[in-house]
Design a protein around this ligand. Sequence first.
Ligand SMILES: Nc1ncnc2c1ncn2[C@@H]1O[C@H](COP(=O)(O)OP(=O)(O)OP(=O)(O)O)[C@@H](O)[C@H]1O
Length: 478
Amino acid sequence: MTKRVLLVEDDASIALVITAALEAEGFEVDRCDSIADRDRFLARHHYKLLLTDVMLTDGDGIETLGGVREADPALPIIILSAQNTLDTAVRASDTGAFEYFPKPFDLEELIRTVTQAIGKAEATDIDVPQDVTQGLPLVGRSAAMQAVYRMITRVLRNDLTVLILGESGTGKELVAEAIHQLGNRRSGPFIAVNTAAIPAELIESELFGHEKGAFTGAVARSIGKFEQASGGTLFLDEIGDMPMQAQTRLLRALQSGKVRRVGGRDEITLDCRIVAATNRDLLPMIAAGTFREDLYYRLAVVPIELPPLRERTDDIEALSRHFLAKAATEGLPRRQLSSTGAEILARQPWRGNVRELRNFIYRVALLAREEVIDAVAIEPLLTQSEGASSPRIDDVSPPATSDLAYAVSAWLTDNAPPHGEIYDAALAAFERPLFLNVLAQTGGNQLRAAQQLGINRNTLRKRLSDLGISPEDYLVRD
Ligand SMILES: Nc1ncnc2c1ncn2[C@@H]1O[C@H](COP(=O)(O)OP(=O)(O)OP(=O)(O)O)[C@@H](O)[C@H]1O
């Protein structure tokens, strides 16, 4: 039986290479280079598979796939794209595409995938989430991040447990959020628990809840994180720091799919996806007997490894511009990055990864004298931040009066932020460095920070949340 494949690709040389490789494997290939021709071919023949580029002369090869899907829901589609963003990967997977290949791709892998996709075609019936590509938080198009995006798209339509590995500040929590926001459980809650921050004796009650009177201090029934995450995603952060006893309890819950509140009788069935993360290297910990091997395998059903920033220097410029833009929306002066500036940033080790880069960029945005950020603005600040993986007091100096005055006059003349919001913007520009400074000094302790500032703890918590400041970023870890 002929295996007829339709290839939609407007780059003649890529089309030639793919066609030759497919024909060598016994496929019959029809080729066209536009959406209009694609639809004509599809109407005329039955294909085993559609292989399509995204940016075509007459439109977007993904956006126009709706009709193709409707006409033949079982047709396997493989998408090739030079747009190597998470957005494209997700848009591709939203169409129910079998696979997404960022260009340049490995030809052998592509041919293997074509064969597999055709093999699986009859059995495939994918539930396609709609409109989930808005507001994606992850920036970076490096090959390393594309591999991460591909892994993310593989878990969106199932509830598989995911283990995210990577150094501190590489974006593990952001990936966990993306999996939640884009996946099947996005209408449920996203509950994050930092297992390292909970005292060992409270972990069980925190995760599973407790009944009134279960132990001294249990004055009322409390619902645990597993139950709170019902219908959504439970993100277990810093899983490598979980005490042994808690690991055993967690494993039991995952194995049985049920939890029982401390002091309670009823078993509650788990109804959440588990995403765990750690910056620890778990394999040596398993060898040393400090992390349970069986728990590791339970969690690492789908491991996603986030590379350190120094191994994806291609992303540094885009991330820096992203943080500059974000800083401007939060009331800091609007800045541009020069190409020299971008080169200098790309050469830094960023041992604290994206978090350190973000803090650095905010600081530059605040302190730079010129609108365009280049060597003059960056280099003096670099010497202070070198090697810092978390912000130090001098990383977050408050703005000099002149900086604030400069920013305010720029807002008044540039009309940005819009008139009517300058008070809030000025307040944020003043409060941000103030809070960052105090949090850095108190090691992220909000109670002490509130005492030092002489404001109510709830007021501080609210302002931090309004400003998007995470006090956890300043927690001092051993
Ligand atoms: N690819 C990215 N695009 C945009 N922002 C990012 C990216 N990766 C990380 N960040 C930002 O960097 C900061 C640190 O990220 P995150 O908290 O997700 O790291 P983490 O790996 O979970 O760190 P830790 O192990 O210390 O908990 C956050 O402010 C996050 O928004």
